[in-house]
Design a protein around this ligand. Structure first.
Ligand code: CP
Length: 305
């Protein structure tokens, strides 16, 4: 593949190859000397139309660890604010001859559109409620390293599934690797027809968590709820917030994940987020490794690689 636009369309061997490469990148990142030269001479542009802490900084570190020149485009102070369209912005950056553009955009499908307008490799860093492929890859890497496998695991994805690109990419990836996925949330935040993706749907969190090996929590994405149903925080936490009591319904060795940013006391209790079963910090470390693997593989398909 020339681009990484989503998990959809990747085969199981392609996913496993990326995870194996990412395992190697974890070892590199844990060394004192982290710099490699695979991307030396290459230019990477990070173009983020939506806020980011983890994804943007880890793509920057990943590119730099592989020797690329990395530029973070500041959309807030760019001519996007003067009305320049996505396509004109893409064409302008394309004229500067980058090798890889990493894009986050609030509209589903915007990254696919951009990929058709540029000559370089494009990575989707999150497009609307559609896909966030590197998040799903880093989640799978974290699970595989802690459980030794993904096949046969019972994974619960909980909360605002409706607005979540993380949920969508994870459902596709985890099922491709043989996990059994459940989604849990209020019916207003579960997409209609999601069962056709092969997931089990629960609106009672305790019932949904029963026996699960992995509990993946999602943030309430109020910024995407424009005018529609917005639950009260207190009530939401009571029914769908992960606290010790609800977590006790999962398997005794269940592990807790959250892609971040977390809203403590809304979808997850602080003691659970910081507790012994939490993988949340490890997910962040795996994020750099997965992005190194993705950049590395895409660079190997660039012209003159
Ligand atoms: N998980 C994730 O995408 O985090 P950021 O929005 O901080 O990049």
């Amino acid at each position: 593949h020339r681009h990484l636009l989503g998990i959809e369309g990747l085969s199981r061997p392609e996913i496993e190859h990326l995870l194996d490469r990412a395992d190697a990148a974890v070892d590199i990142s844990r060394q004192v000397e982290k710099k490699r030269s695979t991307l030396r001479g290459r230019t990477q542009i990070n173009l983020f139309f939506e806020p980011s802490t983890r994804t943007q900084s880890s793509f920057e570190l990943a590119g730099k660890r592989l020797g690329a020149d990395v530029m973070n485009m500041s959309v807030a102070s760019s001519s996007v604010k003067k009305g320049e369209t996505l396509i004109d912005t893409a064409a302008t950056l394309n004229a500067m001859r980058p090798d890889i553009i990493v894009v986050r955009h609030h509209a589903a499908g915007a990254v696919h559109l951009l990929a058709r307008k540029v000559d370089c490799a494009v990575v989707n860093a999150g497009d609307g409620a559609h896909e966030h492929p590197t998040q799903a890859l880093l989640d799978a890497l974290t699970i595989r390293r802690n459980k030794g496998r993904i096949e046969g695991l019972r994974v619960a994805i909980c909360g605002d599934v409706l607005h979540s690109r993380v949920a969508r990419s994870n459902i596709i990836l985890l099922q491709a690797l043989g996990a059994r996925v459940r989604v849990i949330g209020p019916s207003t935040l579960i997409p209609a027809g999601i069962a056709r993706f092969g997931v089990e749907v629960f609106t009672d969190m305790r019932a949904g968590l029963d026996g699960c090996d992995i509990v993946m929590m999602l943030r309430l994405q109020r910024e995407r709820m424009n005018g529609s149903f917005v639950p009260s925080v207190k009530e939401y936490f009571r029914y769908f917030g992960l606290d010790g009591d609800k977590l006790a319904r999962a398997a005794p060795d269940a592990l807790v994940m959250h892609p971040g940013p977390m809203n403590r006391g809304v979808e997850i209790a602080s003691d659970v987020a910081d507790g012994a079963q939490s993988l949340i910090r490890e997910q962040v470390e795996m994020g750099v490794a997965v992005r190194m693997a993705v950049l590395d593989v895409l660079a190997s398909h660039l012209p003159n690689a």
